[in-house]
Design a binder for this molecule. Structure first.
Ligand SMILES: CC(C)=CCC[C@@H](C)[C@H]1CC[C@H]2C3=C(CC[C@]12C)[C@@]1(C)CC[C@H](O)C[C@@H]1CC3
Length: 384
């Protein structure tokens, strides 16, 4: 698999990206988020973001996939990831909430509780204690960081490549009175903007799948972790059951990649090799989506599917109706009408369609056990 290294962006490029993101999102980061934020964008900048993101995927089918095409995505991972979240963040917040990750569902457990429990599980797996300095790599709009601060009493620094997500995360921290416990920094996890040995613990929730090289990303995490510090990650992987020569499998992987801003998704074995090559002592690793490790009564992908029988309350039904197949048909038709009336910016419908395709592929990949979004790896940086 590819093992490219990356270089830090020049200050001029960073300033240009920042200026672009400001024009694109106008003041929508101050709004309530979701659909309201989605309609408050600059049309021309949105069009440009759509072109920049979808140039990597348009007309690309599983049967035509070449190593060169995959490599071009890997080289462009930074802009691909940044533009993906420029386009998808408001839809995520509208449909899913403020924590951009999957979770397991126990008996009687409502959607929000299950999401929070998944975060608590990672925090306790890496032994986060009050007062620790912790790094959240790829923090989204800060939902998990806020929950982990409340759950453990630690301090969390959230890092994210996307300026819009960082401004939303900062705003939520102010709203919840948590600014003394939270910092949010814009940056690329391939070049972490922190000195060596800065953090007691580092966690990643479904983010380093965007990396051009998992080993290099983990090496950066190793560098900023104090000796003896612990790193825990919920990683997205294709499982051992995935066969790249099977076109159906490959199409599922490609649809997940295109609808989720992923340059190249790896297999479990690549991840296990990467974390150890980065220098970590691997303390534990297992797939939380694997039934034998699992206390779930519903599969992790159920909110995206068609099965409403797992809903625990009316509120769950209403939440899931924004995410699942039925809800997607209605909300995406509504979004396309908004775009036609020029209320939503150009390309909003295309983004929604691409997310819907990814959602179907995630469900399919989950059902066939070809894919997991929750492979847990815990590694320690040796003391000496
Ligand atoms: C992309 C990575 C690495 C992590 C994000 C995981 C999930 C939070 C997202 C993956 C697919 C997303 C979709 C939605 C919300 C966020 C995800 C579940 C929607 C339900 C948002 C509302 C849209 O109308 C449909 C989306 C389908 C995909």
């Amino acid at each position: 698999m590819v093992n490219s290294t990356s270089q830090a962006l020049l200050p001029a490029d960073q300033a240009r990206n920042m200026a672009f993101d400001k024009i694109l999102h106008k003041n929508s980061s101050n709004s309530q988020g979701g659909l309201r934020a989605m309609i408050n964008k600059d049309n021309e900048a949105h069009k440009a973001a759509v072109v920049e993101y979808f140039q990597h995927w348009d007309e690309k089918k599983a049967e035509d996939e070449t190593e060169a095409v995959r490599q071009s995505r890997v080289i462009d991972y930074a802009s691909l990831t940044r533009q993906y979240y420029n386009l998808a963040t408001d839809l995520y917040e509208y449909g899913w909430g403020e924590a951009f990750h999957f979770c397991r569902f126990a008996y009687g457990e409502a959607f929000k509780s299950a999401v929070n429990r998944h975060e608590h599980y990672l925090a306790s797996s890496i032994g986060i204690k009050p007062g620790m300095r912790v790094l959240d790599v790829g923090c989204g709009v800060g939902g998990p960081a806020r929950e982990i601060v409340k759950f453990t009493g630690c301090h969390v620094t959230g890092l994210n490549i996307n300026n819009y997500q960082i401004s939303r995360a900062k705003q939520y921290a102010v709203k919840e009175g948590l600014t003394h416990k939270l910092d949010f920094v814009q940056g690329d996890f391939m070049n972490l903007p922190f000195p060596d040995d800065s953090f007691d613990a580092v966690y990643v929730i479904e983010a380093t799948v965007h990396a051009p090289s998992l080993e290099s990303a983990y090496r950066e995490i190793f560098r900023v972790l104090k000796p003896g510090g612990v790193f825990g990650v919920y990683e997205w992987f294709m499982t051992d059951a995935y066969n790249n020569d099977d076109l159906t499998h490959r199409q599922i992987r490609l649809d997940i990649e295109q609808g989720d801003g992923i340059a190249q998704m790896l297999k479990v074995e690549d991840g296990l090799a990467a974390i150890q090559a980065a220098g970590f002592t691997l303390e534990t690793h297992y797939d939380l989506a694997d039934d034998s490790n699992d206390t779930s009564v519903a599969p992790w992908y159920w909110p995206l599917g068609t099965d409403l029988r797992y809903a625990q309350s009316l509120s769950d039904v209403l939440t899931v109706l924004r995410m699942n197949r039925f809800g997607r048909v209605v909300s995406h038709a509504f979004i396309s009408v908004l775009e036609l009336l020029q209320i939503a910016p150009a390309g909003t419908g295309k983004t929604a369609e691409s997310l819907a395709k990814a959602a179907d592929a995630l469900v399919e990949g989950g059902k066939k056990k070809l894919f997991t979004p929750m492979y847990l790896m815990v590694g320690r940086k040796p003391e000496f």
